[in-house]
Design a protein. Structure first.
Length: 323
């Protein structure tokens, strides 16, 4: 109950109780009501600024959960990338090497995904950078996995033709050991027998008597028969497929003609001294995808381990070539 208010009356020198009319009572509480309203509004603003509403707290929890999920996804992507890198390494250095296939170019494996504006719709948010980087990683991994799957499909096809490939790849000596006098010169820098200068020798020279049989080192098709008084003299080139070709030079006579299909071990000619040769021998070359490579790695099927080691040693010796 509100306390009564008294006012001193100077005429009667007494206190008398102050009586308010209805509107007076209303006007009396207006300042108090206004102040209370201002305080309430201020506290509401302060409360809403500092303390989140239930809806805001729910949205914040959902956002934090989404960010946590994004971080976990990036950790999983790290593991996927590691496994994918291992698969790519085995593909290039084991599976493709086994079938003498070129590794996939890095430009193919790391090709971009989509256009430059692919991620524009993800921009403009507080966590846009994280979302865009994660999306880019995921897209790149998906593309790399598709490329790797296609590469494995190629490996499967290679495996299906492995038997044919193994019969075509050069794998024996072109001159039999029983007919061979020695390996005169191997692959590398040698002294030219005529010009007496250092020159790279791109094959292996097998010395043998004139007329000694020369054998096809792998199955294939004769694509070149050439006669010349200079250079390689009488020569035969066989295309074995799978990127391989072999060249047999300084022959005495041909036993095949252009277009003939031969098997490994078929006689294709005889040892001679034609062209720019200083003694009867066979100059033998192996080419892979148009590049001349050391033939010493392609005799293993014809030799036991001791003979192969001996042949490698002879091929590495320097000195003068016969052509």
């Amino acid at each position: 109950m509100a306390k009564a208010k008294y006012k001193f009356d100077q005429d009667t020198l007494t206190y008398r109780k102050v009586e308010y009319s209805f509107w007076g009572k209303i006007l009396r509480f207006v300042p108090v009501l206004g102040l209370s309203l201002l305080i309430a509004i201020g506290m509401l603003i302060l409360f809403s600024t500092i303390v989140d509403s239930p809806k805001e707290r729910k949205l914040e929890r959902e956002l934090n959960y989404a960010l946590l999920q994004m971080e976990m996804m990036n950790k999983n992507l790290d593991e996927v990338e590691s496994v994918l890198t291992s698969m790519q390494d085995r593909d290039d250095n084991i599976y493709r090497a086994l079938f003498n296939a070129e590794p996939l170019a890095e430009s193919i494996r790391k090709a971009g995904y989509g256009g430059s504006n692919r991620y524009d719709k993800l921009k403009g948010y507080d966590n846009s950078e994280l979302v865009i980087s994660t999306s880019m990683r995921l897209d790149q991994i998906m593309k790399s996995m598709v490329i790797q799957s296609q590469s494995y499909d190629e490996i499967v096809e290679m495996a299906k033709t492995k038997e044919k490939m193994l019969s075509h790849i050069p794998a024996i000596q072109p001159v039999s050991n029983k007919d061979l006098k020695r390996i005169a010169s191997g692959f590398g820098w040698r002294t030219h027998p005529i010009y007496k200068i250092r020159k790279f020798h791109y094959g292996v020279d097998f010395t043998a008597n004139t007329g000694t049989h020369i054998y096809a080192t792998g199955a294939g098709k004769v694509i070149k028969i050439k006669k010349s008084r200079l250079g390689y003299g009488k020569q035969v080139v066989i295309d074995h497929g799978f990127g391989y070709e072999t060249l047999y030079a300084h022959l005495n006579e041909f036993k095949v003609k252009r277009g003939d299909v031969v098997k490994r071990g078929d006689v294709i000619g005889t040892v001679g001294n034609s062209g720019g040769s200083t003694a009867p021998h066979l100059h033998y070359e192996v080419l892979l995808n148009g590049k001349k490579i050391n033939p010493k790695y392609y005799f293993i099927q014809d030799l036991n381990p001791l003979e192969y080691d001996k042949m490698i040693e002879l091929c590495q010796k320097g000195g003068q070539s016969f052509d």
